[in-house]
Design a protein around this ligand. Sequence first.
Ligand code: FES
Ligand SMILES: [Fe+2]
Length: 353
Amino acid sequence: MVPRAMVGVMTNPGVFADLAALRGCWHPAGFSADLDAGPMAAELLGEPLVLWRGRDGAVRVLSDVCVHRGTALSLGWVSGDEIVCAYHGWRYGGDGRCSAIPQLSDPSQVPAKARVPAFRAQERYGVVWVALAEPRWPLPEVPELEDSGWVAVSAGPYVWGCDAARQVENFTDLGHFPWVHPGLLGDPARPVVPRHDVRTEGHVLRYEIVRPEAPNSDDFPVFGNEQAGPPERRSRYELHLPYTIALRLGWGGERGMVYLFASQPVAAGRCAGYVVIGRNYNLDQDDQLIRDFEDTIFGQDQVVVESQRPDRVPFDLAAELHLRFDAVAVAYRKAMRAHGLAASSYPERMTSS
Ligand code: FES
Ligand SMILES: [Fe+2]
């Protein structure tokens, strides 16, 4: 008789994101502002993490599992440069080593095994980025977000029940705007996707489109176009594998807007999208207006994307049906496989079941 676990695998083989390979990439794990309140729990690629700021202000990241009894270290508190476990008060430094065990008559007599895994982190663009293994590529450069002539506002995180690749593909999907966001990002009377070519350069995909868009709506006057009629918007996309996008919008003048979007692969079927939006116009506009706009857009997308089956992007090009206007998804799926970030789960699971 075929074991039940194996039946599931045999009827649902496929090429999906490879969580082990994704450890060697930078991923968002929180907004910088979230760390101000003390230690924070996060999950990345199924790994529970605790993040806190050390005395020097730099972010520390450890496994969120105390080596003593498995308590979440994020329940504890920061003392000096260390985090203190809430259960028995063991103290850990940013390198993951336990430095004191209060139950011992000499608390500093700590056995060498008393340590938890430590990971690398950096803060940039108001986001905390974590890599669980040596990162293969640096973060994308978005100088606008570090330019004093621009203002930035964050939105999200948007926590969805799908894999990070589904969320990224949705952000790059050009055909859905008039259908899912009529009046906000697209015009149902203009459903044709403009021609665009995707260039894959190493781990970065680049493409751009010029399209008539929905005019600024009265509810959300967030874009930089000034004319009343259908404006022309130039959108330049950079998709940095695996899950980060820099999108630059222009209307032919000085006004510019940049979107940094990064999806956190929380676990195989769960993700969280972080958005940082920069602009060099309407500098005094209330941040909440842009946040409300993004909440609306991401809310419209979430319903559709969470209904997709499978809940993870199938990276085998024979899966799903691709037409020419899906060129970005095709290039993305090819590049993720070419870089070893998506792999067949079939043989591995066959041998382990
Ligand atoms: S479980 Fe953390 S100190 Fe005991
Ligand atoms: Fe959308």
